[in-house]
Design a protein around this ligand. Structure first.
Ligand code: ADP
Ligand code: GLC
Length: 475
């Protein structure tokens, strides 16, 4: 087995705000079957430190972006974890990126620069007698690593995976020294971005290879509509950029054995029971239309404002909607209001992993109308649990759902519905189609069956990552 270090700001089951954590938590098992042993370096937030009792100290420093720090090693939940214990940066209550006022912590650049710096140091000096051949860096929080590695003279190969190009990690130019970045890198070919330091751009220009989490998003990223100002830079690295589709953890998400469900199911009869339980839990009346769910962060990206406007198309045809989500205050309130106004809409504001499992188990359909979606995981949970995905035709959503159009239905391969363009009208149209298909038992049954059979695991993508690691590892 060869050694790699995966570096990220979140990792399931210890700390999660979104799909990044699912993916980072799943990679080590996925890659171990492909010849690579992964350790995972994450920050020592309070929730993470709570799991580190008895851990071994493998690296220390007096000054990591202005504060003492050490790295602890321990196996937790089957993961080989390295944790950056730096209390000045990470020992804070509440959300991991945000302060009490709901804004980003002003020192987020330094906090995650510390993570990147520690990763580069581990790769260069080794820690506890171990060093990686490859550094797998996730998003802007780990993206400065290649710059530090260069300064230290490290030789590990670097792969930057972009999970969401919307988050750049911006810092004013005055923080160059505090971030220990070389001033010669502060230009258009380096990490300068309209007069600021852009940490994601730093990784894009300096990593050996760049990947993102679906083939379609890899193409979209090089266009002005999706590149969020980094499309030009990404285009410049087109030959080193690839799209590798995320998988889901098919052991945790298995309708036949899911420990978070009361009664497991593999059959439509099991689904009916789970559906009845979900109706009770969300206080939704019975009807002859599909029971739809949304499990999502409530942000502009996810297009749930469009869904609010398109709702009549669903409700007029007996459809119902149960939503679980948290995020933007205005969207939370808008959904609570919709639930108050329509008996067939029910919304729970909050984050609840176990409830999300019960929702996929009981739903007829999961709605994912994202404006952009690098990969998306909930449509894959839907596939696996026979909750037919209705998705925007973008990013990983386009790559994981076989549309129930005339051709897809005729060939008997359809696994969901696609919406294009991502507008209220097109979404309303898709909801009408959903309701119609739901009333055609033969076609509906076929779609559900296809969905549950579709491969959503890691095997192919693990092999693709391993091939990239092989390419960038020093000879
Ligand atoms: P993103 O990372 O952009 O939020 P993904 O679809 O990749 O989107 O991943 C979201 C992950 O977070 C999924 O595992 C999803 O089930 C989970 N999730 C999102 N919101 C909630 C919530 N309110 N309660 C429980 N799980 C949630
Ligand atoms: C990001 C993206 C999401 C993707 C996840 C994991 O949060 O928004 O589409 O599935 O990362 O790669």
């Amino acid at each position: 087995m060869r050694n790699a270090l995966s570096v990220a700001s979140e990792c399931v089951p210890l700390i999660k705000t979104g799909g990044l954590a699912d993916v980072v938590g799943a990679l080590p098992t996925a890659l171990s079957g492909a010849g690579w042993a992964l350790k995972t370096l994450i920050p020592g937030y309070p929730a993470v430190m709570a799991a580190m009792e008895g851990a071994k100290e493998i690296w220390t420093t007096d000054d990591l972006m202005g504060a003492p720090a050490r790295v602890l090693a321990k196996e937790v939940a089957g993961l080989d974890l390295l944790v950056l214990d730096a209390p000045a940066h990470f020992d804070r209550p509440g959300a991991i990126y945000l302060g009490d006022d709901g804004n980003d912590h002003p020192d987020n650049p330094e906090r995650f620069a510390a993570l990147a710096f520690a990763a580069a140091a581990i790769a260069t000096e080794g820690a506890g007698g171990w060093s990686p051949e490859v550094l797998h860096l996730h998003d802007w929080q780990a993206a400065l690593t290649p710059w530090y590695l260069r300064t230290m003279g490290g030789t590990a190969g670097t792969l930057l995976t972009i999970h969401n190009v919307a988050f750049h990690g911006l810092a004013p130019a005055s923080r160059l020294n505090a971030l220990r970045l070389p001033s010669e890198g502060f230009n258009r070919d380096g990490f300068e971005f309209w007069g600021q330091i852009n940490m994601l751009k730093a990784g894009i220009v300096a990593a050996d290879k760049i990947s993102t989490v679906s083939p379609t998003y890899a193409r979209e990223l090089t266009t002005p509509d999706f590149g969020m100002g980094l499309d030009g830079v990404l285009k410049g690295r087109r030959n080193d950029l690839s799209g590798i589709l995320n998988g889901i953890d098919t052991a945790a998400w298995d309708p036949a054995t899911d420990p978070l469900l009361d009664s497991h199911f593999k059959t439509p009869r099991g689904k009916a029971k789970a559906k009845a339980a979900l109706e009770t839990e969300f206080d939704l009346p019975q009807s002859d239309g599909p029971l739809c769910i949304v499990v999502s962060r409530l942000t502009e990206q996810k297009g749930l404002d469009l869904l609010l406007d398109a709702l009549p198309a669903l409700l007029d045809r007996g459809g119902r909607l149960a939503l679980l989500g948290t995020g933007d205050r205005n969207l939370e309130n808008a959904w609570l209001e919709a639930a108050a106004n329509h008996p067939h809409v029910s919304a729970k504001i909050g984050y609840d992993e176990a409830l999300s499992h019960r929702m996929f188990a009981g739903a007829d359909a999961v709605l994912v109308p994202s404006r952009f979606e690098p990969c998306g995981l909930t449509q894959m949970f839907g596939l696996r649990y026979g909750a037919v995905p209705v998705v925007a035709m973008t990013g990983g959503l386009a790559d994981t759902v076989i549309p129930a159009n005339a051709a897809g239905l005729k060939a008997g391969v359809a696994t969901g519905l696609q919406v294009f363009p991502v507008t209220t009208d097109a979404l309303a149209h898709a909801l009408v189609r959903l309701c119609n298909l739901y009333r055609m038992p033969e076609e509906w049954g076929q779609i559900q069956k296809n969905a549950m059979k579709q491969g959503v695991g890691w095997r192919a993508s693990a092999a693709a990552y391993a091939a990239l690691y092989d390419e960038i590892a020093p000879a």
